[in-house]
Design a binder for this molecule. Structure first.
Ligand SMILES: Nc1ncnc2c1ncn2[C@@H]1O[C@H](COP(=O)(O)OP(=O)(O)O)[C@@H](O)[C@H]1O
Length: 215
């Protein structure tokens, strides 16, 4: 099966097929095929999680499909677009513009593909660093980006995947820990928004435990 056939072969696509093809053709010229496979993995896992957590499947699929539109944009373009959009910029973002690809993917989704739904645009923008108070839709796209099957099958990843279907906020908390551990191990700079997201998800989880809520 060619990768083009694989694109069309989605069991339950809720996205308008013409728009989905338009996005995939746009991506084909701008990202390597390995990234397209990741994007399709995120689209599918976001959909699976939307079913499980009773969220809007169309929104989850669109956000998954469009989350990495700006992944390979030049750092200068990412910075210039962020400035034009008046996005808040700190020193870490200025020195590591790649971290802006999530926010700029949301800009491309709006400008190039006419996406206006704020929840979808926020889910795209939040997929790398998350954000305190982010919506359940943002949570599932954030989780799918780190945990779609193409990311590997270590015991740790498998445990995190299982957690996504048991407890959304605990999964976000533990997935932040996973990414933060990776950044520490690789001596990388850590953007503090990921720590704020982690603390928020931990608190959400603890609030639910106190209220006796299971998920
Ligand atoms: N809190 C953070 N601080 C700094 N870098 C981060 C943080 N979270 C993720 N990154 C890095 O940002 C890059 C983009 O992350 P991500 O959107 O998940 O991309 P990818 O899909 O390529 O893994 C990766 O190199 C990742 O390690």
């Amino acid at each position: 099966m060619t990768s083009t056939e694989a694109w069309q072969n989605t069991a339950d696509s809720f996205i308008d097929p013409q728009q989905r093809n338009q996005v995939l053709n746009w991506l084909k010229d701008r990202v390597p095929s390995s990234r397209i496979q990741h994007i399709l993995g995120v689209e599918k896992m976001a959909d699976d999680l939307a079913i499980d957590h009773q969220l809007d499947r169309t929104k989850a699929q669109i956000a998954g499909l469009m989350h990495d539109l700006a992944k390979y944009f030049h750092p200068q373009i990412l910075l210039e677009t962020a400035i034009a959009e008046k996005l808040p910029l700190d020193d870490i973002l200025k020195n590591h513009p790649h971290l802006l690809h999530a926010d700029i993917s949301a800009v491309v989704a709006r400008e190039e593909f006419g996406i206006e739904d704020r929840e979808v645009l926020n889910a795209i923008a939040n997929h790398t660093l998350g954000k305190p108070e982010m919506s359940p839709l943002s949570c599932v796209v954030f989780l799918a980006d780190t945990l779609e099957p193409g990311r590997g099958n270590t015991d740790e990843l498998e445990a995190l995947r299982a957690l996504c279907y048991q407890n959304l906020y605990r999964a976000v908390w533990k997935t932040c820990d996973y990414t933060l551990n990776y950044l520490i191990k690789t001596s990388s700079v850590i953007h503090p928004r990921a720590v704020l997201t982690r603390n928020w998800a931990l608190q959400q989880h603890q609030n639910k435990v106190q209220l006796g809520q299971k998920r």
